[in-house]
Design a protein around this ligand. Sequence first.
Ligand code: AMP
Length: 282
Amino acid sequence: MPVYFKKEDVENKIKVSILSKNNIGLVPTMGSLHEGHLSLIENAVKNNDNVWVSIFVNPTQFSSSENLNKYPKDLEKDVVLIKTISENINIFCPSETEIYGGIPKLKKYDFDNIDIELEGRFRVNHFNGVATIVSKLLELFKPSSIYFGEKDYQQTQIIKRLISLEKINVKMIICPTIREKNGLAMSSRNNLLSNFDKKNSSIIYNSLNILKNNFKNSDLAKIKKEIIYNINKNPNFKVEYFEIANAKTLQIDSVINPEKSYRAFICVLVNEVRLIDNILLN
Ligand code: AMP
């Protein structure tokens, strides 16, 4: 079996899978894999006849000011890690041309404003870029199930809407966040941190838990302010946002409605490395 398949091989293999009525599970990634990704792949292997992992650092979800070239890459190690789960997993690692033809182009969607909150406030068009690539992958793989991580909760809500907007027949599976021992959510970007910063980044998940434990406290705004102050005390850390948002609409409601579900979302720049995390509050 080849290590990576070309787009036309994928098309042929998918035709065969569909004719054989095989379930196809797709795990889209940007590579530099860690245990978080592997948990998605393991889940896909358990529940599908054919599993595909795509590895593609998608340029349309990075803005011009974000350093796309700095995104960590380690393709050889990724292949070894995938093959430790099963030799039968198929890997698609396309070039930009295979995906976009010419110059990578973004498609714009109407996501009822959930794309402009939280991450979207700081990464303009990021979610249009994510949706553009996921839409292309869904069209190519025609999977029965597609796997995403709860760590990128806002992304999961975008994909849910994309699937509904494009009326795609696919089951979306959201897998729990896998963490380092100190609570830091695993992320490819953690590779860019010094050991010292990685250790101190435990404050991110701790902060989410402090907010969760105080969610019923009437002075939530003050607690939030104190948490931000404490994180920013570390000279390498800068809180970009720390918000409580409606879990469905991702809008930041000024008054908490106990009948609705809320999550806390955080983004901290640790020496310029963007780390995000979130937690269910009620
Ligand atoms: P990425 O390579 O960062 O685009 O991530 C690919 C998929 O893996 C996305 O659906 C992520 O949400 C998911 N993922 C990333 N980190 C984790 C984690 N720590 N736990 C679970 N899923 C994750």
